[in-house]
Ligand binder design. Structure first.
Ligand code: FAD
Length: 492
């Protein structure tokens, strides 16, 4: 995006404001005398984006084979070696899940790190570990764009399928709804293809199945034509948001998201709906982070403990930020690296939560969150709202019986035991409130839900277990999600 004079003024103003706020701002809560929970690191452990999942492992291999016989042979050898010592196996890509979902305790960790994309018409075959920015780079010159992916482009394609991830393209369900078929190595070394018509039970279990059904090697995924999009910004009371959001889920709006204000005085009272609609014009090549994303980082990161900044941020986003936002290609909007908003603070870590509720219960969700979150010790930095269509396929679906409004909450958490205990308590309270209104919570984040909450939320988890036991009776494929909730499932 060209750096306009107005954008430059905005950036300079933001920097001065933040410098001032650092000097004048609060430095609470004090860390004096508090033990920081710091990961030790080293080759015998593996961690993830939470920095709080450090787990001992037996071995970690990074697989660079292209799709084909060599890749399959490498994976089979790893499965055999793990079998010989009865150790678990688990594949990961970027390990941006936050509770060890991609980490096998004392086991064989595998990281896929080889891009490979073959585009055929409006579908593409992709090696499982390919990252979304690599997909965008391959599709963009062909005038194509991912149909559904997360809001950031660092993640692996098979990971996205395996967590049931969704994004802000409308009006789709999770990314798995855009996958035609997968190729997967089962724990016994057999190679299978799964789709909605072939091995449909395996497809339904592997979609959102957190790598517990098989090692996915390739996927066949749908793309859509790339578009030039222009945003419009609307602000409204939170009570009106769900109706406005669902009204644009009619296929006319390719991308949209919402936000709520998070300053404690007006917490969750006001909403903003950002709607991207197609416009005529040349589509520029996909770029990375725009200037505005980078400039807003300073304000974003000055928020913990600083209500003044939180109020100013809402004002800027709904005011001058909305005025400055310009046209962008669909692919550029999705090509955002996680690093743009990195906290660069070793005493804190970013923790995500996500809750899904039927649109007519969204106001109830906002009221529950308003009652629970400000009473906690956590710093909420952001809430983004997404539309997700029903997902009747995945056995561990978070939207099994209708569309959902997804609320993605980003917290900044102190790296201390006291903060971790407080986060667990608050998470369980939020999940309870969401379950009471027929909603669900998302599984790739901290594993703070109780086993009972997991079972009540994921009503088809017993069906998932049945498929798992059929294809992996020796429980070779395991990770922390399995250890925390499903291992105990045998005594359901
Ligand atoms: C900053 C940030 C933004 C996010 N935004 C969104 C968003 O917009 N929407 C959303 O839905 N989610 C979002 N998430 C969550 C994200 O989608 C998941 O954490 C996802 O797992 C990240 O991909 P990854 O490559 O890091 O996965 P990993 O953590 O590496 O793996 C995730 C799971 O996939 C399994 N897996 C990986 N590869 C394979 C394979 N080849 N075969 C079988 N199983 C496999 C792993 O075993 C693990 O269980 C976000 C997370 C972060 C940190």
């Amino acid at each position: 995006m060209a750096l306009t004079r107005r954008a430059a003024l905005f950036g300079a103003g933001a920097a001065v404001g933040v410098a001032g706020s650092r000097w004048m701002g609060a430095a609470n809560p004090s860390l004096d005398g508090v033990a920081i929970v710091a990961p030790a690191g080293g080759e015998t452990t593996l961690n993830d984006a939470s920095l709080l999942s450090e787990t001992p492992i037996f071995k970690h291999i990074i697989v660079k084979d292209p799709p084909g016989d060599a890749l399959i042979a490498t994976l089979r050898a790893e499965l055999r070696a793990a079998e010989a010592e009865d150790r678990p196996v688990c594949i990961g890509a970027a390990r941006h899940s936050m509770g060890g979902q991609a980490i096998p305790r004392d086991g064989h960790a595998i990281t896929f790190d080889t891009p490979s994309i073959l585009v055929e018409g409006e579908t593409y075959r992709v090696q499982a570990g390919t990252r979304w920015h690599q997909v965008i780079t391959a599709l963009d010159p062909l005038g194509l764009s991912p149909k559904v992916m997360q809001s950031n482009a660092d993640f692996g394609v098979a990971s996205t399928f395996s967590v049931g991830a969704h994004g802000w393209p409308m009006p789709y369900g999770p990314m798995g709804s855009t996958v035609r078929s997968i190729q997967m190595l089962l724990a016994d070394g057999s190679l299978v293809t799964a789709s909605r018509s072939e091995n449909a039970d395996l497809f339904a279990a592997a979609m959102g199945g957190y790598g517990l059904i098989g090692l996915i090697t390739e996927l066949e995924v749908e793309a859509v034509p790339n578009q030039l999009l222009e945003p419009t910004f609307q602000t409204m009371p939170t009570a009106d948001f769900a109706a406005a959001f669902t009204a644009i889920a009619d296929g006319s709006t390719p991308m949209a998201y919402g936000r709520l204000n998070i300053d404690r005085e007006g917490f969750f009272d006001d909403a903003m709906l950002v709607t991207y609609r197609p416009v005529a014009g040349d589509i520029p090549p996909a770029s990375g982070s725009g200037f505005l994303s980078k400039a807003s980082r300073a304000i974003f990161r000055a928020q913990p403990g600083n209500e003044w900044i939180k109020r100013r941020r809402w004002g800027i986003e709904t005011g001058i930020g909305a005025m400055l936002a310009g046209k962008s290609s669909r692919s550029s909007l999705m090509n955002e690296p996680v690093i743009t908003l990195d906290d660069r603070d070793s005493t804190r870590t970013d923790i995500l939560h996500e809750y899904f509720v039927a649109p007519d219960r969204f106001a109830d969700f906002a009221a529950a969150a308003k009652a629970i979150i400000p009473g906690s010790y956590q710093e909420l930095l952001n809430i983004t709202l997404r539309y997700v269509a029903q997902d009747p396929t995945a056995l561990l679906s978070y939207a099994p019986d209708g569309p959902r409004i997804a609320s993605v909450l980003l917290f900044s958490q102190e790296m201390t035991a006291r903060a971790e205990a407080d986060m667990a308590r608050m998470t369980q309270e939020l999940i309870e409130a969401v379950l009471a209104i027929g909603g669900s919570y998302y599984l790739p984040y901290r594993l703070h839900a109780t086993p009972d909450q997991f079972r009540r939320c994921y009503g088809r988890s017993l069906d998932f277990l049945k498929v798992k036991l059929q294809v992996d009776p020796k429980l070779r494929l395991r990770n922390a999600l399995w250890d925390t909730y499903l291992d105990k499932g045998f005594v359901y």
